[in-house]
Ligand binder design. Sequence first.
Ligand code: NAP
Length: 248
Amino acid sequence: MTESDNRVVVVTGGSRGIGRAICAALGAPGTTVYFNYNSDLVAAQTTAAGIEAAGGKPIYHQVDVASESAVAGYLGAVLKESGRIDVLVNNAGITRDGLLVRMKEADWNAVMDVNLKGTFNCMKVAAKAMMKQRYGRIINISSVVGVSGNPGQANYVASKAGIIGLTKAVARELASRNITVNAVAPGYIDTDMTGDLDDKAKAAMIGQIPMGRIGTPQDIAGVVAFLASAAADYITGQTIHVSGGMYM
Ligand code: NAP
């Protein structure tokens, strides 16, 4: 199967922010976009409307990606219903910021469980189906800080650096089956996740961006759509930075 056939796409954390933009960007006519949310059903309904506006078919469920059994049940049901998964985008992510010496074990575990283990959980199920299909495109959302480091985010940075290593390992395992696995590393993007920053902190962040502006969810979604497209068929194991030059 190639890009032009009716595609089945799975996006985690599609209810808001970057995930919502990815859902719309991948929701071309003929595409079924399965996405999950964690708690925000109303936001998920808005994402579904965006997919429909793009011509795609949205199907959404509440799923905690940190739970291996929940993910296995969810993706098992997707496969039963659709017969395949062409594209998996592991986007769901959280932060629980704090300095290392004050970081609670629960905050370490929560971030690792959602960001890194959630990515592992979804890839494990999708990869089995993709291997049978001899086709698959997996795109994992990392972060610029997973490469550069960031004070106050030891848990988040470790999870995002882990995603890059995980991406490379699985890319090597699956390449011979025509399955590509890549990471996208966003810089500072305007979403709820960054919405808490005050004006002073925002100005300081923008000062670190050579292009002089905050990124939009669409800036990330366009690159994800490229990696999911036939134009990227010979790219695997890579981390594409989309950060206005924050990291070079
Ligand atoms: P966001 O606006 O906070 O949205 C997070 C999404 O993840 C929501 O859809 C949320 O669902 C979902 N989610 C959270 N916990 C989940 C769980 N346990 N199971 C399933 N879904 C869960 O975040 P964002 O800024 O769009 O970030 C998306 C991705 O980009 C994340 O991986 C983040 O680390 C990464 N990133 C963001 C930035 C940035 O500047 N914004 C920069 C670099 C990387 P609910 O709506 O139900 O809560």
